[in-house]
Design a protein around this ligand. Structure first.
Ligand code: NAG
Ligand code: NAG
Ligand code: NAG
Length: 644
């Protein structure tokens, strides 16, 4: 049954909603979640005693009727970033470099990242003591002829340096039985060791992986907000706290609540979950309904009518606390909720865990392709710790899991199962190919969608988007029938996707229809023309949204979008030194089993397939140079979109 959750929440939280709208003259009836950066008030609960076992945190229910709880900035420009392992990491590094060089980064209100693009953006947003150039590397766009084979051997900047370092040795340390790292934390711990440790941004790590280990690592937006957390929670150890540097205004790390442990993710019922330095959670309900779950573990019974979503909580409490019984009534103007709850044994969800969860592709691959996980992940580790037996029993063995309770539980009159449960939490890529939906429902007016695609967009010989064959016009789903059809990003926003593409893997883009289907043809026609002319494949378009109840998006919202693909780009290549061009065209930088450079593999991107995630320095440098150059060539489109 589908209770009217939204109405129930709305009734109970009416005082908050009303107060918020009064103080927010620019609020519309839209779901605005773009900037949750209202600074904490210093007077908050200064005088009351605190319980040493519990924490006090802010909590915001978000309803679907009127949800403008949050202060909105005048500009609403969002960079959204798709996944793809180190390919996404390198691509976004070049793209951030370009935005910075064009002085456009300051126009960006928010970055929505998922999976591999969180590996670069988490470093960029939180690392202290490094300049932008230290992190992103030197500009290459105006000196492509200097990218000699010799120069390419050294990673350009600290982030690309990490992309050239492989996860495998870190997994091998973490997997040693002496450390007792549970399998569902292996990937996260290796990411922390490889990507975050060199910048002091890691969470809890076994000895030997890193010189520091920050358990209970609170991460937040500003010193002021950290002070507020401290004031409310004087007993909390905040010595390892991370505060954002000033490189980005806001970073949303996208992930997915898959299913309670032992149950199958159900494509139509998965709920997008955001982590960010201010507020985290699942603000909406999937399709405004409660969720039923079927167990894969035959010892368990089906779950009916589970409440998932309904709001966000201050990040240091998200998936880190037991459920609060009821929110404390705020003292003065009822504008915020304050809750108190016991900390979970697992401790505070760290930046490392957010990054690990957002890129937990093993959760998906373990189900869709168990043999791949056995061959590429389990076998190399077998002499250290043999997971084969356990994995064959449990395909979700490597899926991260955390305790979750729905914010909606604090509303009176909620129907359904509101208990806390341990959930598999998965990759943002499970249900959104490139982060655009989060940007739209967050109130973006301009979204720059950085796809960093793993496969080429179709060539005209397969599907000519400028001259679409009649059968495809009549049934656009036929676009999925070509050899690369299912690999295409972005199609889902136009309603071209199938439900539960891979059974039980928790991969489903069929709820993402937000633009008129017919618009897909002119978009990809332009993309094909640009690519085939050797230009950067960057297309600027204006759209009006269709209603999408699954994501809580209303019909009729206007949004400007710049779609950015990373395709083979002849005009960029021709400016490289001859020997570099020759190396590219001889396949020296191709990943095995792909369409060649620049379509690097998400796994094993090196030409000899030798490492799990590392790229050659040459691959990383060239890929980032290509993505940098592509945006630099399109400064005008970006300025138009962002109103800069
Ligand atoms: C997902 O849930 C819907 C609605 O409850 C149900 O009809 C469908 O069969 C489920 N799909 C799977 C794969 O369990
Ligand atoms: C299935 O669930 C039972 C009961 O919770 C549990 O004891 C068992 O370990 C689970 N099996 C697997 C393979 O996870
Ligand atoms: C790991 O376990 C599997 C299944 O029990 C077994 O077939 C395999 O030989 C083991 N590998 C090693 C290296 O011990």
């Amino acid at each position: 049954m589908a209770p009217t959750l939204a109405a129930a929440v709305f009734a109970v939280w009416l005082p908050y909603a009303v107060a918020a709208s009064e103080t927010c003259p620019t609020c519309s009836d839209d779901n605005e979640l773009l900037q949750l950066t209202r600074e904490a008030d210093a007077h908050l609960d200064k005088d009351s005693e605190s319980d040493p076992d519990s924490v006090r945190f802010r909590i915001f229910p978000v309803n679907l009727i009127r949800s403008s709880f949050f202060k909105i900035r005048a500009k609403k420009n969002v960079l959204t970033m798709g996944g793809g392992g180190t390919r996404a990491m390198c691509g976004t590094t070049g793209q951030l470099r370009a935005m910075h060089s064009m002085d456009l980064l300051k126009e960006v209100d928010q970055v929505v990242a998922m999976s591999g693009s969180t590996w670069s953006t988490a470093i960029f947003a939180f690392a202290k003591g490094f300049s932008v150039k230290d992190l992103l590397g030197k500009d290459t766009a105006n000196s492509l002829n200097r990218l000699t084979l010799k120069k390419l051997k050294t990673p350009n900047g600290k982030i690309l340096e990490r992309a050239a370092s492989d996860l495998t040795p870190f997994v091998a340390v973490a997997a040693q039985p002496i450390f007792a790292v549970p399998p569902h934390k292996l990937f996260e711990v290796a990411l922390g060791g490889n990507f975050l440790c060199p910048f002091g941004l890691n969470g809890e790590l076994p000895n030997g992986l890193c010189s520091n280990s920050n358990k209970n690592q609170v991460w937040t937006t500003s010193d002021k907000r950290l002070d507020s957390i401290k004031q409310r929670n004087p007993h909390l150890d905040l010595s390892d706290a991370l505060v954002m540097n000033k490189n980005l205004k806001s970073l949303v790390v996208q992930s997915t609540l898959l299913a309670p442990v032992g149950y199958n993710p159900n494509g139509s019922r998965m709920v997008s979950t955001r982590f960010s330095a201010d507020f985290s959670g699942s603000p909406y309900y999937a399709d405004q309904q409660n969720v039923d779950f079927e167990p894969w573990n035959t010892s368990l019974s089906p779950l009916k009518d589970v409440v998932v979503g309904g709001g966000v909580v201050e990040s240091f409490a998200f998936m880190s606390t037991l459920p609060p019984e009821s929110p404390r009534r705020p003292r003065r103007p009822a504008r915020r909720g304050l809750a108190e709850a016991e900390l979970e044994d697992e401790g505070i969800l760290s930046l490392q865990q957010a990054v690990g969860i957002s890129s937990s592709i093993l959760a998906m691959v373990g189900v869709s392709s168990p043999q791949f996980v056995i061959d590429s992940f389990i076998k190399p580790l077998a002499s250290i710790n043999n997971y084969t037996e356990e994995f064959l029993q449990d395909p979700y063995l490597f899926a991260p899991r955390r305790k979750y309770w729905p914010v909606a539980r604090l509303a009176k009159g909620i129907d359904g199962d509101i208990g806390e449960k341990t959930y598999y939490v998965g990759d943002g890529f499970s249900i959104d190919s490139a982060g655009l939906l989060e940007a739209i429902r967050g109130g973006a007016e301009c979204a720059v969608v950085l796809v960093n695609n793993g496969w080429p967009i179709e060539d005209k010989g397969t599907v000519d988007f400028c001259n679409v064959p009649e059968p495809i016009l009549a049934n656009p789903l036929l676009l999925l029938g070509t050899p690369l059809g299912l690999q295409q990003s972005i199609y889902d926003y136009f309603g071209i996707a199938l439900p539960d593409t891979i059974l039980r893997a928790g991969l489903d883009y069929s709820n993402n229809h937000v633009f008129e289907t017919s618009e897909i043809f002119s978009l990809f026609c332009r993309a094909q023309e640009l690519r085939d002319a050797g230009d950067a494949t960057v297309v600027y378009r204006k759209y009006t949204t269709l209603e999408n109840r699954h994501w809580g998006i209303q019909a009729g919202k206007k949004i400007k979008v710049v779609f950015v693909w990373t395709e083979k780009t002849v005009k960029w290549e021709l400016q490289l030194p001859d020997k570099t061009q020759a190396a590219i065209n001889s396949g020296a930088y191709d990943s095995p089993g792909t369409a060649g450079f620049p379509y690097l593999g998400t796994f094993s991107p090196k030409p000899d397939g030798s490492d799990f995630t590392a790229v050659l320095p040459e691959q990383g440098n060239l890929y980032a140079s290509l993505t940098e150059w592509s945006l630099r060539q399109n400064q005008e489109k970006l300025q138009k979109c962002m109103g800069a």
